[in-house]
Design a protein around this ligand. Structure first.
Ligand SMILES: Cc1cc2nc3c(=O)[nH]c(=O)nc-3n(C[C@H](O)[C@H](O)[C@H](O)COP(=O)(O)OP(=O)(O)OC[C@H]3O[C@@H](n4cnc5c(N)ncnc54)[C@H](O)[C@@H]3O)c2cc1C
Length: 459
């Protein structure tokens, strides 16, 4: 049972008087509902949620929380598996209701508020036949995704989500609203693109959009007996695949309880080349299911949602590789299968093309070589400690078995607090510069509950 450090509404009255939004406390009926994030296994109980309605609310909240010396966290879309949007006994600056999206079809740009999800942005841009890079999950917050990098089905053609960021409005630790762009606070703009939530509350983001409506996409499913053959073929194909073809692969269980290898290709190139791409995809063994067809990107992005619904218990580990070596494929199959739960899965993102052509020093996101990013996703419903241990253990063991041949570091959005030593490795040659930036923008480490936490005192 969690003991709450509770304060009543009277304690927050001065802040409440300044807000358009609301303050939710443990004594309120809606507290439990507001506390729910994607990972139902997160038990963190904040002392308060400041449900911000606009930028001014964020500024007031930040200044008030700091003036009272209280710990805080920032919530965007609430999809961080480790639950860093919430902080035990802390105040959550909750941006999840700030979801306005404005599209400018002339300049092909989108302006979004801090709580906007991938689905919100895709739906609004779709009205104008435009898209930008998002992740594979429709409910994921664009803020957290972008601050960590943002792998997605369009990254080969358009780069990471963060590569499409044109500017951001940020409330700094000092409670000041600043613009970060190539011409204003360029240092901060650099750090936001892959440096996590270390430097402030991002209240608005502006993205470059690209003309696109339909892609070739869908699922190909193979029995595990074909996994070696298909994964070796995958490794060959991605080495020469065009930028416009990004293929996600991995394992999940179908509703009949069979573990399947899946390929989830997205091809966003010229329509006349689709037949060629289909022919290439059909060289991957004999699929039991082949649903690859022209599909609106808008619809494609919802296709995998059912695999990772909000509210289950989740635990994620990550490793990245330069290609799929035989040893990696063997470890994956020998150690990773069978999946310990019908809901667990492994997914492998192919980082390539436009995302790889950005230099390592151009943005804070440092791993700019072609690679494969593994997500080992343990998911379960039973709430017993034994169940939890079994699934967490599976993810950790598989990750450890894969680690010797993995690239150092890993994807910062998926590294948890206990893996803090992997953060400098992930940020690579950009780490020292990010440390300086942290000392400039957040010397008191106000934003310590974040993905890729950088402690300003670190030498
Ligand atoms: C179902 C699912 C699918 C996913 N798919 C992908 C994928 O395809 N590609 C990929 O790259 N990642 C993917 N992820 C990982 C995802 O990018 C990260 O979990 C990301 O941090 C989620 O962002 P959020 O805003 O929803 O997170 P939150 O939980 O709200 O926030 C997480 C952290 O991000 C920071 N943050 C969030 N909003 C702000 C803000 N406005 N200002 C400052 N800091 C902020 C804070 O540090 C916060 O602690 C996926 C996650 C899930 C659950």
């Amino acid at each position: 049972m969690t003991t709450l450090n509770t304060y009543d509404h009277f304690f927050f009255k001065d802040l409440a008087a300044l807000l358009t939004g609301q303050i939710i406390l443990p004594e309120d009926e809606t507290y439990e509902q507001v506390r729910q994030i994607w990972n139902g296994g997160v038990t963190t109980h904040p002392m308060a949620f400041v449900r911000c309605a606009n930028t001014q609310d964020v500024i007031h909240a930040l200044r008030w929380v700091r003036s009272h010396g209280l710990p805080l966290s920032v919530r965007g879309g609430g999809h961080d598996f480790a639950g860093r949007a919430l902080r035990e006994h802390g105040v959550v600056i909750d941006c999840s209701l700030m979801r306005k999206v404005t599209i400018d079809p002339q300049t092909r740009t989108a302006r979004i508020q801090a709580g906007t999800t991938a689905s919100d942005l895709i739906a609004a841009a779709h009205e104008y036949g435009l898209v930008t890079t998002t992740g594979t999950g429709s409910g994921v917050g664009m803020a957290g995704l972008t601050l960590g990098g943002g792998y997605g089905p369009l990254m080969g053609a358009y780069g990471l989500a963060t590569d499409n960021l044109l500017s951001a409005q940020v409330v700094t630790a000092a409670g000041e609203l600043v613009i970060a762009s190539p011409s204003e606070h360029p240092d901060l703009f650099w750090g936001l693109r892959g440096g996590g939530g270390n430097f402030g509350v991002v209240v608005a983001l502006e993205y470059r959009l690209h003309p696109l409506t339909t892609v070739l996409g869908g699922l190909l499913l193979y029995p595990v007996e074909q996994a070696r053959e298909v994964l070796h073929r995958y490794n060959e194909v991605i080495a020469t695949a065009p930028d416009e073809l990004t293929i996600l692969t991995g394992f999940f269980q179908n509703p009949d309880g069979q573990t399947m290898l899946f390929l989830s290709p997205t091809y966003c190139g010229p329509k006349v080349e689709r037949e060629q791409v289909l022919a290439l995809l059909r060289t991957f063994g004999k699929p039991l299911v082949d649903q690859v067809q022209p599909v609106e990107y808008h619809d494609l992005i919802h296709a995998l949602d059912a695999l990772a619904p909000k509210g289950r218990h989740y635990y994620i580990q990550t490793q990245s590789f330069q290609g799929l070596q035989t040893r990696t494929i063997e470890t994956l199959i020998e150690q990773g299968l069978p999946l310990t739960s019908p809901f667990s899965m492994i997914s492998i993102h192919n980082f390539h093309g436009a995302a790889s052509r950005v230099s390592a020093s151009e943005t804070a996101f440092a791993l700019r070589q072609d690679h494969l990013m593994f997500e080992i996703i343990a998911a379960w419903e039973d709430q017993s400690a034994d169940e939890e241990q079994k699934h967490v253990q599976w993810a950790r063991m598989l990750s450890q078995s894969l680690a010797p041949s993995a690239l150092k570091g890993g994807y910062i959005n998926l590294l948890e607090e206990r893996e803090q030593e992997r953060i400098p490795l992930a940020l690579g040659s950009n780490y020292e510069r990010l440390l300086d930036l942290k000392r400039t923008y957040d010397p008191d480490d106000v934003f310590s509950s974040t993905i890729a936490h950088i402690a300003p005192a670190a030498s």
